[in-house]
Design a protein around this ligand. Structure first.
Ligand SMILES: [Zn+2]
Length: 505
């Protein structure tokens, strides 16, 4: 919260302004960016072991996007399940920011006195980005023209070197590489403008890169509705796959513990997969459970309701922390049996597998994975190109069952693809810069794209796009790549194939 004195002064000002139909800026109870940064400094002084301040990325206008990691030993990343909550990617939807600031404050304050609160931070890593659209947030809080309706980034669409409402900016939640081409909103003046190309916005690329590198178990994206159609709702992904029930259960536990301003609880609904939204890309491309929450019934409130909503929504989020902390689920690490090094491998649970959902990869630092499940037996496979795959039965009880895999190197081994006739990448492995991958694409398949990623999940190069079906494509690697491990990923429609490459100097 801002300082008490300042809050009092602003309270008086906003109280006067609230008499009219619209004030000159958001109610003082909403967090400005400078207040957020001050509060982060205060927390770091008070709880240096429990909170780490980092950058998610850099905005269109060159500002850092604050990212917090809360855990015991917060300064170093540990092999614990990760939960990522972020807010205000739409600049005028700030109720989520209030909720995560309240959540962080409660978690830190209760750590020393409440054993459950302590376990929450000891046993997981919580990542929080209170404001993703930092530029837009500043625009709104500076009371610029039509501040209350500004949703987008500050991209200078018309190139006149100033910010114009509504002509400038891109909707960050229509800028993801999921059905982007078919989404019709290409008018820059629209508040839902999809941008000149997918991931054109640095804020969106930063979210993508963070998610691919850290591979959180759950990503939660907080909004407040502009229209009143879908308010007090949690949207979950799932359109008929075997994991839908688990995805929905998480949403329902969360919704049941979140009170609305009318004393009811939140509702859940599956999200459509037809828009170029973060939730679709993160689930269907990256294979990570992804949620969107529409908080309250409008963007802007005044008076005590601002804090009331933040408190209620913050409390509901504890359901997410507890599910990630306690499972039930399957976790483990995949390593190279010869060297013990962590591997970026696919961990497939047969009973939850769907070819429509992106491969569930381990993260690079520890080779760890976490999957939420029910309490029952599952068949779990670890698949990694250049290694013999392994399969085992895992019995899940009330909490986290552990299944580690130490894979034996076998350079001749190339993992089978999903289905006969699916797309397939091949390469001589190891290989050198300038050598080529082969992509075979069966007749009738959709056009394919192949991208190259480093072990942190950052895209290094696009090797091919719009590749036609019915032939084998030769895809040369860029000439001056550093030696090391890379992942080549081919996708065509809903089919994927990931090939791990060892690049020699
Ligand atoms: Zn929104």
């Amino acid at each position: 919260m801002p300082s008490r004195l300042r809050a009092l002064c602003l309270l008086l000002v906003s109280g006067l302004l609230a008499c009219g139909p619209l004030s000159a800026a958001p109610d003082a109870r909403y967090w400005s960016l400078d207040e957020i940064l001050d509060q982060i400094d205060t927390w770091r002084t008070q709880y240096p072991d429990l909170i780490h301040h980092d950058e998610l990325g850099i905005t269109t206008q060159g500002e850092p996007i604050p990212l917090l990691r809360l855990s015991d030993n917060a300064a170093t990343s540990e092999a614990e399940p990760r939960l990522f909550i972020h807010a205000a990617q739409h600049a005028n939807e700030c109720n989520g920011t209030g909720a995560v600031m309240k959540l962080v404050d409660d978690l830190l304050a209760d750590y020393g006195t409440d054993p459950v609160a302590k376990a929450r931070l000891d046993e997981l890593e919580l990542y929080v980005a209170p404001v993703v659209n930092v530029d837009g947030h500043r625009y709104v809080f500076d009371g610029e023209p039509s501040w209350e309706d500004w949703r987008k980034t500050l991209r200078d669409n018309n190139g006149n070197e100033q910010v114009d409402f509504p002509d400038d900016g891109v909707d960050t939640n229509r800028n993801w590489d999921w059905r982007w081409e078919e989404y019709p909103e290409s008018d820059p003046a629209s508040q839902k403008y999809k941008g000149p190309y997918p991931f054109s916005e640095p804020e969106v690329a930063a979210l993508r890169d963070f998610v691919l590198a850290e591979r959180p178990l759950i990503v939660a994206d907080l909004h407040s509705p502009v229209s009143i159609t879908w308010h007090n709702y949690i949207f979950y992904m799932g359109m008929g796959g075997p994991e839908d029930e688990i995805s929905r259960d998480v949403a329902e536990e969360w919704a049941d513990r979140t009170r609305t301003e009318n004393g009811g609880t939140y509702n859940t609904i599956y999200a459509l997969d037809t828009l170029p939204k973060e939730q679709c890309w993160i689930y269907y491309r990256a294979g990570i459970l992804s949620y969107l929450m529409e908080i309250s019934a409008q963007c802007w409130w005044t008076g005590a309701m601002v804090d009331t909503i933040a408190h209620r929504v913050a409390r509901g989020h504890l359901a997410l922390l507890d599910r990630v902390r306690t499972g039930p689920g399957i976790t483990g690490r995949v390593t190279d049996a010869a060297t013990g090094d962590p591997l970026v491998a696919e961990v497939r649970i047969d009973e939850l597998h769907s070819p429509d959902v992106g491969p569930r990869l381990t993260e690079a630092r520890f080779g760890q994975y976490h999957r939420l499940t029910d309490s029952r037996d599952y068949t779990v496979r670890a698949l990694c190109d250049g290694y013999d795959s392994q399969v085992r039965t895992v019995t899940v009880g009330a909490g986290w069952a552990v299944a580690d895999f130490a894979l034996e190197p076998d350079p001749a081994e190339v993992q089978p693809v999903e289905r006969e006739g699916d797309l397939r990448l091949r390469a001589s492995n190891p290989l050198r810069s300038g050598e080529s991958l082969h992509l075979s694409l069966p007749v009738g398949a959709p056009a394919a794209a192949v991208d190259l990623y480093d072990p942190q999940g950052r895209r290094v190069a696009t090797l091919g796009a719009g590749l036609e079906a019915g032939r084998v494509h030769l895809l040369p690697l860029p000439a001056r790549l550093e030696a090391g491990i890379y992942l080549a990923r081919a996708r065509a429609g809903s089919a994927h194939h990931v090939l791990r490459l060892v690049l020699l100097p």
